[in-house]
Design a protein around this ligand. Structure first.
Ligand code: PEP
Ligand code: MG
Length: 601
C-alpha cells in the first residue's frame, strides 16, 4: 500500500523518551503534519479553466474513493457505520458549494486548493455559530471532505489509517490519542512521535495496547520516509532507521529473549501481591478499550479500577452517545469482572482525549483548565444523565462504581450525586433491579481537591488519586508538552507533600483510597506509594506482573522509612537517586533486570 521509499543505506539512530517498552521491527508509515495544508498559488486568467478541470477531476476521484470506502465499511462494520460517508458523498454533489469554489478561482485567480480552503473557512465560521450541537458537529465532516479533495487534487490517495499493511511503525509529529485508538492495531507494531510525554494519553494508550512507543524524537531534520525499515526500542527510547542486517539480527535476538523472560514473569505473577512483611496490596486494571478485557484477566487484575469511558467516543461512534449503546458496554464490563468490580469514570472529555467535534465543545485556548471532566458533564446535563442512566442500568450485579473526574469542589459532587440518586429512584419505581447503593467516588487530581479533601471525603464514597493530572497541575507542567517534559517530576517534593497529605486525610477519615495514575505502574514510585500507606493500585494491565513482583520484593516498614527520609530532601532527583540506591543495596532482587521491564528507570 505504501509508496516505495528512497532507500538510504545509512543506518540512523534517533533518540527519544521511552514511554512503552518492547521491540518492533517493521516498515515506517510517516504521517506528515503538513501533508494536508493547502498552499496559495496565484494563477493567470488563462489558467482558470485548467484549475476548474482539476477541481472537477478531484471531485470524481474523491467520490470514487468514498464509494469504495463505504462499501468496505458496510462489509466490515455493518451498514449503520457507513451512513457517515453518505453525508460526505452528498457534499460532493452540492452544486452551490462548487459554484462558490469555482467563483473564487475565477475572481481571485487562485489555485483550486486555495479556493477550497477559503470556502472551507467560510463554512466553518458559519457552522461554529449554529446553536444545534448535531448540526455544528457537521463542520468536521466538511473539513474531512475538503481534506480529501485537496489530496485528490494532488493525485494523492488518503491514507486509510485503519487499513494498514502488516508490521507498520507509525512515525509522526503527533498521534493524538483519538487517532491512535482508531488505528488497526493488528497491523501497527510501534509508534514514534515528536510530541507527547510519559503521562500523555497517547503514551497511556500505547502501554495499554502493549505496543512499543517513544516520544520526543526530533523529526525536523530527519531522513526517514514512508517505506523505510526501522527498529523501535521502547525500552531504551530508540528509533533506528535503515538498520543494518547486524542491527536487525541483534534486535531480533533481544526481542526473543525478552519475550521468554516475560513469559516466565507472567507465570510467576499469578496470585495476590503481598509484601514480604505480609501486607496484601490490591492490584486492579485501568482500561480504555473494551478490547482490553482479555488482558485484564490474563495479567491477573483484581477487577477494573478505572474505565476511561470517554474513549468509547473514539471507538464506537455513533452508539457512544446513546443510552443503549453505552449500557451494552458497561454491562460487558460488569459481566467480565465479576465480584472484583469495575469503576466507571464518567466522561472526562477534553480536547486532548477526543476531537472536540465529538463533544460539540468550543475550541479552547487552554483546554487543561477549561470546560472538561465533571464541569462539562454538569454543563451538558442531558449527556451526563444519559451516561448515568446507562451505568445505573448496568449495576444489577452490584459490582459497578462511579467515579467523577476533575472535581474541584463539594458542590460538583453533590450535584452529580443528586442526578445518580434521581436515576436510581426512577429505575426502582419502574421495578428494575439496580444497585440502590451504587458508590460514587472522586478523582483527586487537582490541587483544590487535595486542599479540601477533608470535606470531599464526606461527600464521596471513595477516592482515587489521579497522579497524572495532579502532577501536571501542582507543577504547572503540561503533561503533553515535550518542551517541559523534563519538569514533569512525580517525585518533586511538592508532589510528595501533596501525596502525604492525601494519604493522611484519607486514613483519618477511614476513606477508601487508591492510585490510578501512571505512578502506580512504575515500581520505583510504587515503593513510595506503599510507604505512604496506600494499599490499592490500578494500572495498565501489562504493568501488573512487574508491579506484583515489586510489591512482593519490598517490605512495608522499609518503604515507610524511605518515604520519611525522602521527605527531608529538596529535589526530585535527590529523592529518586536515594530511593534507587536504597533499593539496589537493600532489595537487589527488586532491582535486578528492572531496566528491560520498565522504560522509565
Ligand atoms: C490521572 O489524571 O492520573 C488519571 C488517571 O486520569 P487521566 O490520565 O485519564 O487524566
Ligand atoms: Mg486525569
Amino acid at each position: 500500500m505504501f509508496s516505495s521509499a528512497k532507500e538510504s543505506v545509512l543506518e540512523t539512530v534517533m533518540h527519544g523518551l521511552a514511554i512503552s517498552p518492547g521491540i518492533a521491527i517493521g516498515t515506517v508509515l510517516y504521517i506528515d503534519a503538513q501533508g494536508h495544508q493547502a498552499l496559495l498559488q496565484h494563477i493567470e486568467l488563462s489558467q482558470v479553466s485548467r484549475e476548474t478541470r482539476r477541481l472537477n477531476r478531484a471531485v470524481v476521484l474523491a467520490r470514487y474513493q468514498l464509494n469504495e470506502l463505504k462499501a468496505r465499511m458496510e462489509n466490515e462494520l455493518g451498514h449503520q457505520h457507513a451512513y457517515i460517508l453518505d453525508a460526505h458523498i452528498l457534499m460532493l454533489d452540492d452544486k452551490e458549494l462548487f459554484k462558490n469554489i469555482k467563483k473564487t478561482i475565477t475572481e481571485q485567480l487562485v489555485n483550486a486548493e486555495w479556493a477550497i480552503k477559503i470556502e472551507l473557512e467560510r463554512f466553518l465560521t458559519a457552522y461554529a455559530a449554529i446553536s444545534d450541537r448535531y448540526l455544528r458537529q457537521r463542520g468536521s465532516d466538511i473539513e474531512d471532505v475538503a481534506r480529501r479533495l485537496t489530496d485528490a487534487l494532488s493525485g494523492k490517495k488518503q491514507t486509510q489509517n485503519n487499513r494498514l499493511p502488516a508490521n507498520t511503525i507509525i512515525v509522526a509529529e503527533d498521534v493524538p490519542a483519538s487517532v491512535l485508538a482508531e488505528l488497526d492495531m493488528t497491523h501497527v507494531i510501534a509508534v514514534a512521535t515528536h510530541a507527547g510525554g510519559w503521562a500523555s494519553h497517547t503514551a497511556i494508550i500505547a502501554r495499554s495496547l502493549r505496543i512499543p512507543a517513544i516520544v520526543g524524537v526530533d523529526l525536523k531534520n530527519h531522513i526517514l520516509t514512508t517505506g523505510n525499515t526501522a527498529v523501535v526500542d521502547g525500552g531504551d527510547g530508540l528509533l533506528i532507521v535503515n538498520p543494518t542486517d547486524t542491527t536487525v539480527r541483534r534486535y531480533r535476538d533481544l526481542h526473543e529473549q525478552r519475550r521468554r523472560n516475560f513469559r516466565d514473569f507472567l507465570v510467576q505473577s499469578k496470585g495476590p501481591a503481598v509484601t514480604s512483611d505480609g501486607q496484601e496490596i490490591i492490584i486492579r486494571a485501568n482500561v480504555e478499550l473494551v478490547s482490553e478485557l482479555d488482558a485484564v484477566k490474563r495479567f491477573g487484575a483484581q477487577g477494573i479500577g478505572l474505565f476511561r469511558s470517554e474513549f468509547i467516543f473514539t471507538n464506537m461512534l455513533p452508539q457512544a452517545g446513546s443510552e443503549d449503546g453505552q449500557y451494552q458496554i458497561y454491562q460487558r464490563l460488569s459481566d467480565s469482572v465479576g465480584q472484583a468490580g469495575v469503576t466507571i469514570r464518567t466522561f472526562d472529555l477534553s480536547e486532548d482525549k477526543v476531537p472536540l467535534a465529538i463533544t460539540g465543545g468550543e475550541i479552547e485556548v487552554n483546554p487543561a483548565l477549561g470546560l472538561r471532566g465533571i464541569r462539562l458533564a454538569l454543563r451538558n446535563e442531558p449527556m451526563f444523565r444519559t451516561q448515568i442512566r446507562a451505568i445505573v442500568r448496568a449495576s444489577q450485579r452490584k459490582n459497578v462504581r462511579i467515579i467523577l473526574p476533575m472535581v474541584t469542589s463539594t458542590s460538583e459532587v453533590r450535584h452529580a450525586r443528586s442526578i445518580v440518586n434521581e436515576t436510581i429512584k426512577e429505575f426502582v419505581a419502574k421495578g428494575l433491579d439496580v444497585d440502590r447503593n451504587i458508590k460514587v467516588g472522586v478523582m483527586v487530581e487537582v490541587p483544590s481537591a487535595v486542599m479540601i479533601l477533608d470535606q470531599l471525603t464526606r461527600e464521596a464514597d471513595f477516592l482515587s488519586l489521579g497522579t497524572n493530572d495532579l502532577i501536571q497541575y501542582i507543577l504547572a507542567v503540561d503533561r503533553n508538552n515535550k518542551q517541559v517534559s523534563y519538569l514533569y517530576q512525580p517525585l518533586h517534593p511538592a508532589v510528595l507533600q501533596s501525596l502525604v497529605w492525601v494519604a493522611r486525610v484519607a486514613q483519618a477519615n477511614k476513606a477508601t483510597l487508591d492510585v490510578c495514575g501512571e505512578m502506580a505502574a512504575n515500581p520505583i514510585y510504587v515503593v513510595v506509594l506503599l510507604g505512604l500507606g496506600i494499599k490499592q493500585l490500578s494500572m495498565t494491565p501489562a504493568a501488573i506482573p512487574l508491579i506484583k513482583d515489586a510489591v512482593r520484593a519490598i517490605n512495608l516498614s522499609a518503604a515507610q522509612k524511605m518515604v520519611e527520609n525522602a521527605l527531608q530532601m529538596s529535589s526530585a532527583q535527590e529523592i529518586e537517586d536515594y530511593i534507587c540506591e536504597e533499593l539496589a543495596t537493600k532489595f537487589p532482587s527488586f532491582y535486578a533486570n528492572l531496566k528491560w521491564r520498565n522504560p522509565i528507570v
